[in-house]
Write a protein that binds this ligand. Sequence first.
Ligand SMILES: CC(C)(COP(=O)(O)OP(=O)(O)OC[C@H]1O[C@@H](n2cnc3c(N)ncnc32)[C@H](O)[C@@H]1OP(=O)(O)O)[C@@H](O)C(=O)NCCC(=O)NCCS
Length: 127
Amino acid sequence: MALKADDRPIGFCGLAYTDLDPYLPKGTVEIGWRLAHPFWGKGYISEAARDLLRYGFEEKGLCEIVSFAIPENTRSTAVMARLGMYRDPARDFNHPRIPADKPQLVRHVLYAMTRADLQAQRAKAGA
Ligand SMILES: CC(C)(COP(=O)(O)OP(=O)(O)OC[C@H]1O[C@@H](n2cnc3c(N)ncnc32)[C@H](O)[C@@H]1OP(=O)(O)O)[C@@H](O)C(=O)NCCC(=O)NCCS
């Protein structure tokens, strides 16, 4: 991701296949992000992620996109909520690749959105 004004790199936001089977079944697509600290609080990730959700559903034909974080990462879960993703506690999971000395980072909460959710969101916004 780069600033429109001067093309300066500020972070990333992308879609990727998860590699967490059986916690998330093979073929699950996640949206993830990271932003350099000076650029937090300006809506850049929400803007990029909104475009990527549209791209994933409309141009790549995806049925569902998920995102996950530790519950304490409230800036990240706030982005998920702002995008209109919904929390799905039934799919929360213990991340299998967290080092043993960081047990506080194991539990992850999951948010999801389907193509139908995006269409419904659009219809509501247009109403
Ligand atoms: C997660 C992370 C990307 C979120 O960054 P962020 O700046 O909070 O997210 P956004 O860029 O979408 O900005 C949203 C903020 O900008 C504000 N904002 C300003 N203009 C806005 C606009 N036009 N649209 C949306 N939000 C706007 C929002 O109110 C919000 O601020 P607030 O939280 O103080 O209310 C960032 O905290 C980060 O990089 N963390 C470290 C890496 C990380 O945790 N990655 C995720 C791992 S799961």
